[in-house]
Design a binder for this molecule. Sequence first.
Ligand SMILES: Cc1cc2nc3c(=O)[nH]c(=O)nc-3n(C[C@H](O)[C@H](O)[C@H](O)COP(=O)(O)OP(=O)(O)OC[C@H]3O[C@@H](n4cnc5c(N)ncnc54)[C@H](O)[C@@H]3O)c2cc1C
Length: 454
Amino acid sequence: MNADRPVTRICGAGPTGALLAILLQRRGQRVELYESRADPREKPAESGRSINLALADRGIHALRLAGVFQDLEKTLLPMRGRLIHHAGGDATLQPYGQRRGELIYSISRHRLNQCLLDVAARQAGVTIHFEHRFEAAEFGAGVALIRDLRRDRLIRVPMQPMLAADGAGSLMRRGMCAAKLIEARETDLEHGYKELSIPAAAAGGYRMAADALHIWPRGEFMLIALPNEDGSFTATLFLAKHGATSFESLTERIAIERFFSRHFPDAAALMPNCVAEFQTHPVGFLGTVSAAPWAHLGTAAVIGDAAHAMVPFHGQGMNCCFEDCVEFDACMGRNSSWERVFGEFFALRKPNTDAVAEMALDNYLEMRERVADPKFQLQQALALELERRFPQRFIPRYSMVMFHHDIPYRAALERGAVQAQLLAELTAGAAASLADVDFERAEREIRARLAPIN
Ligand SMILES: Cc1cc2nc3c(=O)[nH]c(=O)nc-3n(C[C@H](O)[C@H](O)[C@H](O)COP(=O)(O)OP(=O)(O)OC[C@H]3O[C@@H](n4cnc5c(N)ncnc54)[C@H](O)[C@@H]3O)c2cc1C
């Protein structure tokens, strides 16, 4: 690799930073990647943020473009729908999609990180500095201050540019904000989450269907579970942080036991350690980050969660970050200066990341409440039927987001609003099954209100 190649610096080697490093070096850059943690390839997974993630079409598309997907494919666990565990104990499957390949996949966060870093580290011209924490920036001088944590030494590196993929709590974003170079808002959700586990069966294998994302919707709170490769599931309880039934109020063993046996008796039977885990696992914070713009001149920029973290209820945060990387790479191909790259990237991407953040919040209500509502279930069934009849014009919003990387998030949000109104109108009144729906009217309305999708 030619030492004269331009150097780009990235802080944060999570999913965004690692994928970006791979794409940047393909564009002829030398990449210096600074990551505050130790090399995750040398140790088992830390508990912390979700153990597994839902990977969908947008993420897969990006991983394919970067040549990483084939290394991960064999570890993916397909999930074909939501398996809803109702309060009465029965369970129903709501398929995610209906076309071939309309699945989402459970993937281990640790394995994904390891794989991305492996590929990044193999690229000539990519150097990864683990245990190096970005601490501050002198924007006027174009210098970043990075602490080498092994030697406890502060080093000064030129930015020109520094791309910050340092996650939702981004120090770069906060620094740019404090220097009044950008504006940013961090909005915490009133709910937090705790991870719990459903172990594999004693004889090995899964204790529930492994090809679904399990949801126990309970109105004000919910439990979900995604399968892991070893036969276990990782469950996540989403619950208010404060209030009558909350992480704050549930402290006594007896109250926690009562909470699980009252609201999740079937799940609790599969979670022998749920009370101990509830008492010892930390409460994770959830929130939305909104920033504008995302860069200062050609010196520094934020990308991924650092620019637009969202709540996890659409399973899109990382998928969206991967899409960022693809879009950023395309902007590099079209522009000759960093300032222009950053400008175009922000202009193209911001409407879409705002849209998916909004849909992610909306999906929380859908998952914890609406999925159990018969009217919602009818509308879901109708949405799939309309997609079968008018595939060029009507695609359920969930499918547009999860299975169509060619449909921008903003378009999914806008078309989704029209479709939701249409579904409400077509199922208004006494409609109780698809047989009650007036499909001639549906066709007229769809042709009038929804342009064909290109
Ligand atoms: C509970 C939960 C469930 C989720 N489920 C899904 C899902 O199913 N599907 C999905 O697509 N998304 C999901 N997400 C979102 C997803 O985790 C994020 O969108 C994604 O991890 C963002 O990647 P990132 O690289 O931008 O940031 P991060 O993953 O936060 O990575 C940032 C990296 O920067 C490093 N770093 C931080 N500060 C510094 C610093 N000062 N200097 C140097 N390095 C630093 C960190 O150590 C880390 O390695 C979920 C999130 C949560 C909280």
